[in-house]
Design a protein around this ligand. Structure first.
Ligand code: B12
Ligand code: SF4
Length: 503
């Protein structure tokens, strides 16, 4: 059996795909994990990154010819993020035209949220996986191989005899260390600079907290069908080392962006374990981590830095205490400032993330955010991203939108396709992608608030570069590869490009 897993482009047209306003080159490690699981079971698997083919100048026709030439038995299409919506569906349609017999299944977070709508409206798709899919996809492949019905496989919405059958929650690999780490050697084309980066999956299950704008929220995670897991399980340090060994054969930039900060003791164990593997440690050229402000001690940050972590993304969201409380964010502004200082003093650059368009947000809240943003800069924070709130089904702010004064603009899967269709704008003119309005606040106003905050950040450029200059020596002490010049260039590049970033 030959299995092809496809990371689709946002749009089929390469020119439009290459100018998407959201980055599209990264394959989700969820699909990579499905691939690794099938490989371990002895199947031939490849993961094709179509946006990367497009970047190399390979046309859609050539890609389709290659798929037809290969003629796989089963195809999985990833639809993990909303900006791949149109491309994922359109590539399914094109493949069915050239290979009408092949079985095509969708998988990933975004399609899980819209699974019934998608299959009802796109009859050429054979089925879709509900959430975690290693076991489900293996069963699909085995059933196709044995020409058996797919209706007995858990975790599927599947089309048979022109009808759709929902087979309920998936069976999952309970002990996540039983999942094989993934290798980028399954990927075509080979990842290359500047996209030679890989994310590690450290944990699965709901977050310990319940922020209202987040899908990991422990109250809504289960209802989103992402997984039947009731608690957060983390990989052992040994598994993480095995995963790192695989990845560092092919790339030198690493990221951890899941909810492992909920388990700071385990994160500390990872840091200590990595330090025991100096050859591995020295292969890491860049190591980024997402962290909830206030969740890691100074000592843990130091160990992480010694393990190679050189930048941390802190989702601060807002400087308004009122809005932090509305979102249920589990930290204070003091915690934020302490995290920033502790990071800088331990050689880690703190990148800060901000949001606008939050429920009940007023001009006073935005002023508070600016005041606080300035304080974070003075402490060493580097503003990286300003994002308008994005709501979609399963989020508490979407399901209970009216309680929070929000009016969703999009209801259907097709309406969210605007995220596939929008192209880069250096002025940050993305108002049509704003997912909601608020009592008295239009989508244009929300976009203007984001751009106003970005302009404010740009005005602080000299201050940001000056404060970063003061920490240069400490960064270099912990990470000799982080010499002054490239860092300065990186900071200036971020400040130059911040206007065009979105979500
Ligand atoms: C870690 C993370 C990241 C990491 C790594 C992502 C990765 N998967 O490799 C990074 C930082 C790279 C990332 C980036 C982004 N992310 Co993100 N990410 C997450 C997060 C917090 C956790 C993912 C995770 O660890 N899941 C555990 C793994 C094992 O499960 P999984 O990914 O769902 O995969 C399983 C199934 O979905 C399924 N599956 C997945 N793919 C496929 C494919 C096939 C063919 C099949 C059969 C099955 C299948 O099987 C997998 C294994 O069981 C999720 C929230 C969440 N709880 O999922 C957001 C989330 C997926 N990300 C989100 C967003 C918006 C983004 C970005 C657009 C952010 C940005 N502004 O850049 C980018 C897009 C990246 C890109 N490719 O363009 C949104 C998506 C919202 C939506 N409706 O589309 C989420 C839901 C967070 C949110 N806002 O609520 N992300
Ligand atoms: S702490 Fe992070 S992952 Fe957890 S609910 Fe809040 S935003 Fe989501």
């Amino acid at each position: 059996m030959d299995i092809l897993l496809i990371h689709p482009p946002p749009m089929l047209d390469p020119k439009k795909a290459n100018s998407s306003f959201m980055s599209s080159l990264l394959i989700g490690y969820g699909m990579m994990s499905v691939g690794a699981y099938l490989k371990k079971e002895g199947y031939d698997v490849e993961c094709w990154n179509i946006p990367a083919f497009y970047m190399m100048g390979i046309s859609l026709k050539n890609v389709l010819d290659m798929i037809q030439g290969r003629s796989p038995d089963v195809i999985g299409i990833e639809l993990n993020w909303l900006h791949f919506s149109r491309g994922a569906i359109d590539i399914c349609r094109e493949i069915k035209k050239i290979l009408p017999e092949v079985k095509i299944f969708l998988g990933g977070v975004h399609q899980t949220l819209f699974i019934t709508q998608i299959l009802n409206r796109n009859k050429f798709i054979d089925g879709a996986c509900l959430g975690e899919a290693e076991k489900t996809f293996l069963s699909i492949v085995q059933s196709v191989e044995r020409k058996k019905s797919l209706r007995d496989i858990k975790g599927l919405l599947v089309r048979e005899d022109r009808r759709l059958f929902n087979t309920g929650p998936p069976e999952i690999v309970e002990n996540i260390d039983d999942l094989p780490p993934y290798t980028l050697r399954l990927v075509k084309p080979t990842p290359r600079a500047p996209f030679d980066m890989a994310a590690i999956n450290t944990c699965r299950g709901p977050c310990h907290f319940s922020c209202k704008h987040c899908i990991g929220n422990k109250k809504t995670y289960i209802s989103s069908n992402l997984s039947p897991r009731k608690t957060l399980s983390a990989h052992s340090p040994e598994w993480i080392i095995a995963q790192l060994e695989y990845l560092l054969r092919d790339v030198s930039k690493i990221a951890i962006q899941d909810y492992i900060y909920c388990k700071p003791k385990i994160l500390l164990q990872y840091a200590v374990e990595i330090q025991k593997h100096p050859i591995l440690r020295d292969k890491i050229q860049h190591f980024n981590l997402a962290v909830l402000p206030g969740s890691l001690s100074r000592g843990t940050l130091r160990e992480l830095s010694l393990a190679g972590v050189d930048s941390i993304d802190f989702g601060i969201e807002t400087g308004s205490d009122k809005l932090l409380a509305i979102l249920n964010r589990p930290y204070t502004k003091e915690d934020v400032l302490k995290s920033i200082t502790d990071s800088c003093e331990n050689g880690i650059r703190p990148l800060t993330y901000w949001m606008v368009g939050l429920p009940n947000e007023t001009p006073d809240d935005l002023q508070e955010t600016k005041n606080f943003l300035l304080k974070t800069i003075e402490r060493g924070g580097i503003p990286r991203w300003v994002t308008p709130l994005c709501i979609f089904p399963s989020l508490e702010l979407y399901e209970k939108a009216s309680e929070h004064g929000l009016i969703p603009r999009f209801r259907t899967f097709e309406e969210y396709m605007i995220f596939s269709e929008t192209t880069f704008s250096s002025r940050g003119a993305y108002q049509d992608t704003i997912t909601h309005e608020m009592n008295g606040v239009s989508k244009e106003e929300i976009m203007a608030r984001a751009n106003d905050l970005k302009s404010f950040i740009i005005q602080q450029s000299d201050l940001i570069l000056q404060v970063q200059g003061q920490y240069q020596e400490i960064y270099g002490k912990f990470h000799p590869r982080l010499t002054a010049n490239p860092l300065d260039i990186w900071n200036k590049k971020v400040l130059r490009s911040i206007k065009g970033t979105f979500f």
